[in-house]
Design a protein around this ligand. Structure first.
Ligand SMILES: C[S@@+](CC[C@H](N)C(=O)[O-])C[C@H]1O[C@@H](n2cnc3c(N)ncnc32)[C@H](O)[C@@H]1O
Length: 316
């Protein structure tokens, strides 16, 4: 395994990008130039928090969703990267949530920094607690307390579409990639107009519900997702998870209906972002599943909750 991830190698002031120094009592990081101070709480450096992401703090701390084999398979599909190839590399997990992919990178021997703006960092820190080569940081992707051009590999799985400014967050994340380094991003796919309309109408209601009301509804959708015959057709009309694992099904439903922001994107749009931020070898990645029916529905943007998934290399 690689040594411990050294925060000073990566942390920079989110306001002026200057080097950070740790206070002697270990209770805070201080900017060496503008003197701003950011606390360390329970071992996690805290640069920001956001009320609009409260549902994520709840969901990732409540549901244990890390599944070793599945997480590895999903990571391969959504980044196009073999986890073993991460050994010894500096890796950023942009929007780490409960930390399942930060854990995977750490287990593979990477120096990994996992960033999230919600209280999900508590879960991520505890999940990665056996790995000194994983540093979890609470911060906003739009104002990252991390050095630019610092990471060999940056991935962001299912995150930017939950930001108020996904394009701005993409640019901020892209700047952290070293020249010659790799960036992989997975975002929700834009579905057909009727699907989009219905989803917006439903989420207009669900995002206003308190968690104690929404959660039982997500349990109900979890039941629906377990009914053969229904769970592969009805979810083309409105989203509910048909994952075989009950916990993941309910968590997926909450993940869809609770967050305040949820934008949907096209491959062309995401590819343009990569070009605009100075990437080359830009490659849309295929979905995990095959089969003629799935492929047809995927290509016609009918699979709700499926992704647009692109990888690229930052020009030297
Ligand atoms: C659907 S979860 C995905 C988590 C993780 N990538 C995974 O796949 O398990 C989206 C995460 O993005 C985080 N997030 C959303 N906007 C963010 C922002 N501006 N800065 C940092 N994290 C953000 C949320 O707090 C949430 O944990």
């Amino acid at each position: 395994m690689t040594g411990a991830t050294r925060p000073t190698d990566f942390l920079r002031c989110p306001i002026c990008q200057s080097v950070m120094v740790e206070n002697l009592d270990n209770a805070a990081w201080r900017c060496s130039k503008c003197e701003r101070v950011f606390p360390i709480v329970d071992g996690t450096p805290r640069f920001a928090a956001a009320a609009y992401l409260k549902s994520f703090g709840r969901q990732w701390n409540r549901y244990d969703v890390a599944r070793w084999d599945e997480d590895e398979a999903v990571f391969r599909v959504k980044t196009g990267i073999d986890p073993e190839a991460l050994a010894g590399l500096d890796v950023l997990d942009a929007g780490c949530g409960g930390g399942r992919y930060s854990l995977l990178a750490a287990r593979s021997g990477a120096n990994v920094v996992g960033v999230d703006l919600s209280d999900a960092v508590e879960k991520a820190r505890s999940l990665c607690s056996d790995y000194p080569n994983a540093l979890i940081v609470q911060a906003d992707l739009l104002s990252l307390p991390l050095a630019e051009c610092a990471f060999d590999v940056v991935f962001s799985i299912g995150v930017l579409h939950h930001c108020p400014d996904p394009r701005g967050a993409f640019a901020s994340v892209a700047r952290r990639v070293k020249p010659g380094g790799t960036l992989a991003v997975w975002l929700y796919r834009q579905n057909t107009p009727p699907q989009e309309l219905l989803n917006k109408a439903l989420r207009r209601v669900t995002t206003r519900l308190p968690a104690r009301v929404l959660e039982p509804l997500c349990v109900g959708l979890g039941v629906l997702g377990g009914v053969p015959m229904l769970n592969k057709g009805l979810n083309k009309l409105f989203n509910f998870s048909n994952h075989p694992d009950w916990t993941l099904r309910v968590c997926d439903n909450f993940d869809w209906y609770a967050p305040r922001y949820q934008s949907h994107h096209t491959i062309a749009e995401l590819t343009d972002w990569f070009h605009a931020e100075g990437f080359e070898a830009i490659e849309p990645l295929p979905p995990a599943r095959g089969g003629r029916f799935y492929q047809f529905a995927y290509e016609h943007n009918m699979i709700i909750g499926s992704g647009v998934n692109v990888r690229g290399v930052r020009k030297k």
